[in-house]
Ligand binder design. Structure first.
Ligand SMILES: [Zn+2]
Ligand SMILES: [Zn+2]
Length: 196
């Protein structure tokens, strides 16, 4: 049995020794040591390719280091990869099969979210976020792109485009007023999350 002092020493080395950890987006992580050795850690099977792990039946410092870095958020958890937010370029981790656009917590909208239009203060109901940019999506009724539309010019032309409707529907004698069902498109930074 290893002594407690021995275990403490291993934990300290796992945390403090210079090691570079690279994630592959699976359960595999590559650990490069200060001396230039490279080992492969599988967090699912808790195995490492280092001799220390192979010859002794205990967790090596590489396995520990990967676990520490996942917990601290300096490498993506299994099945995730590091990307940058399409609006603010903040880093975030997304599942490897996540579709663009990648948006941080502050800039993320999902179908059914309520958002406030910064220009009018009005509340809209989000239908979806497109991976296409504001300068790539046309507004047919105005014969211009979302980016070119007058009240959108203060927002980045490469913003992903959000489609939304107004959550109130006007009903007249003849039925629903077609204008109140119109889908509007916004550069994503023009919208802020509505406080619930
Ligand atoms: Zn190891
Ligand atoms: Zn962001």
């Amino acid at each position: 049995m290893p002594t407690n002092a021995h275990l403490d020493e291993r934990s300290r080395r796992a945390r403090e020794e210079p090691m570079a950890v690279h994630a592959f987006g699976t359960t595999l992580y590559e650990v490069e040591t200060e001396t230039g050795h490279t080992y492969l850690v599988d967090v699912a099977t808790r195995r490492c390719t280092c001799p220390d792990h192979a010859f002794r039946d205990e967790r090596c410092k590489h396995l520990r280091r990967v676990a520490i870095e996942i917990t601290e958020g300096s490498v993506p958890p299994p099945g995730h990869r590091a990307v940058t937010c399409a609006v603010c370029a903040d880093g975030l981790f997304v599942p490897v099969d996540a579709l663009e656009p990648h948006l941080c917590e502050r800039h993320r909208f999902e179908r059914g979210d309520l958002a406030v239009d910064r220009e009018t203060g009005g509340t809209v109901l989000v239908l979806g976020v497109s991976p296409r940019h504001a300068d790539e999506v046309r507004i047919p009724a105005h014969d211009c792109t979302v980016a070119e539309y007058a009240t959108n010019r203060g927002y980045p032309a490469d913003d992903p485009v959000v489609s939304a409707v107004f959550p109130t529907v006007d009903v007249e004698r003849g039925g629903v007023k077609p204008d109140s069902l119109r889908v509007y498109t916004f550069p994503v930074s023009r919208l802020t999350r509505a406080e619930n």
